[in-house]
Design a protein around this ligand. Structure first.
Ligand code: LLP
Length: 381
């Protein structure tokens, strides 16, 4: 019975994904910190925690969620270009593992706060390596005009000032599918390390997240290429040079285990475009298409002999609430169910309050999607 839209999570796929990621990591001296911003639904966090991953946070709220879901403080790292005094104080009081400091001013603020708070939390510098990667501009973070991190020059000056800085963090962007960018990143970091003063030593290196997923053919590639990613990172940073590297996968862990199930509310046959299907889900449940023009695979689960190309929109009062055009689907009509694929990452965690639309539920299911759609359209597990 369809009782309205919902996020649907395949916990079996999540478990398999975590296992593949952890195996790839363990083979090459890598520790994974799940980027909790990608999805913070509790059953998802519980699986990730029990899969042995650490965690990466970007707010006090995320640190709190990690602690409440059983992570130890010493498994938590904390980045963010605009951390507040309250957030830094909270992180220090909780004795989290490492704060990734993103500016010279933030460095001085942390030092000041440390004079009043007894803590075991270490400080690493987030480096801006000035590396352009092939992804959407809005999710690219490692070029020098971006707001993230300190420049290599600032980093050199800070480590000369303070030998207790435990190491470095970088994150150059998200949804990166071409592994050569990670090879370039590894080279840049190697060059940076080679230029460090000889009297400074560090034991912490974290190269962030960024591994992309296959949005076009999620069923074909449900599990991203973790091994290829880690090997690319290790190209110029071998275990002989740095025994442990940390990475912060978000999307690649949870992206493919989530789908969004909705229903066609109305069909419109406009003079100027292909037929338009208006759904009961849209930008309030999945911001990515409206925010980045992101394309998600959409399928319909009813039997039909004829297909047509559709434009698909959400219901919000914004023309940008659109999944895009040219979706080839079985002939659609009011009441048909549709699935938006690959919504496990940056779907529910970025949901909007806009229009006071009802918050949709999440269902956590231990079966693949296909087995949940019976032959007839309306029966969905
Ligand atoms: N570490 C840091 C410091 C980050 O800022 C991010 C993501 C990650 C790790 C995880 O990156 P991932 O493995 O998921 O690529 N809302 C956008 C993505 C924003 C990513 C922000 N930072 C989207 O829906 O595509």
């Amino acid at each position: 019975m369809y009782n309205g839209p919902y996020y649907r999570y395949d916990l079996q796929l999540l478990e398999r994904t975590i296992k593949v990621a952890q195996e790839a990591a363990q083979q090459s001296g890598t520790i994974l910190h799940y980027a909790i911003k990608a999805n913070h639904e509790e059953p998802i966090l519980r699986k990730i925690k029990s899969g042995g991953m650490n965690v990466d946070c970007v707010s006090a709220g995320e640190i709190k969620a990690a602690l409440e879901n059983g992570w130890n403080a010493n498994q938590i790292v904390f980045a963010g270009s605009g951390k507040t005094i309250r957030e830094i104080s909270y992180a220090l009081e909780q004795n989290i593992f490492v704060i990734h400091c993103e500016s010279v001013e933030e460095y001085h603020l942390i030092q000041e706060l440390k004079q009043h708070i007894t803590t075991s939390t270490k400080v690493a510098l987030r480096l801006n390596p000035d590396l352009r990667v092939d992804t959407h501009e809005n999710i690219s973070t490692g070029e020098k005009h971006h707001k993230f991190g300190v420049s290599p020059q600032e980093a050199l000056e800070l480590v000369q000032l303070d030998g207790s800085i435990c190491g470095f963090h970088v994150h150059v962007g998200s949804q990166i599918l071409d592994m050569t960018y990670f090879v370039s990143l590894s080279k840049k970091i190697r060059d940076f390390i080679d230029a460090l003063p000889s009297n400074y030593s560090f034991d912490y290196l974290n190269l962030g997240g960024g591994l992309g997923i296959d949005y076009e053919q999620p069923e074909r590639n449900p599990i991203p290429n973790f091994e290829g990613w880690i090997n690319a990172i290790r190209t110029h940073l071998p275990t002989s040079l740095i025994e442990v590297i940390r990475l912060e996968p978000g999307r690649s862990i949870v992206g493919q285990c989530g789908t969004l199930i909705g229903e066609v509310q109305y069909m419109k046959h406009l003079e100027t475009s292909m037929p338009l299907a208006i759904l009961d889900i849209g930008m309030t449940e999945l911001m990515r298409p409206a925010l980045y023009g992101a394309r998600h695979k959409i399928s319909a689960h009813h039997e039909a002999f004829n297909f047509a190309s559709y434009r698909i929109s959400g219901p919000s009062c914004e023309s940008s609430d659109s999944f895009g055009s040219d979706y080839l689907l079985p002939i659609l009509k009011r009441g048909d169910l549709v699935t938006v694929h690959s919504t496990g990452a940056y779907g529910s965690s970025m949901r909007l309050n806009y229009n006071l639309k009802e918050t949709i539920p999440s269902r956590f299911i231990n079966r693949p999607l296909e087995t949940c759609f019976k032959a007839r359209n309306r029966k969905v597990a």
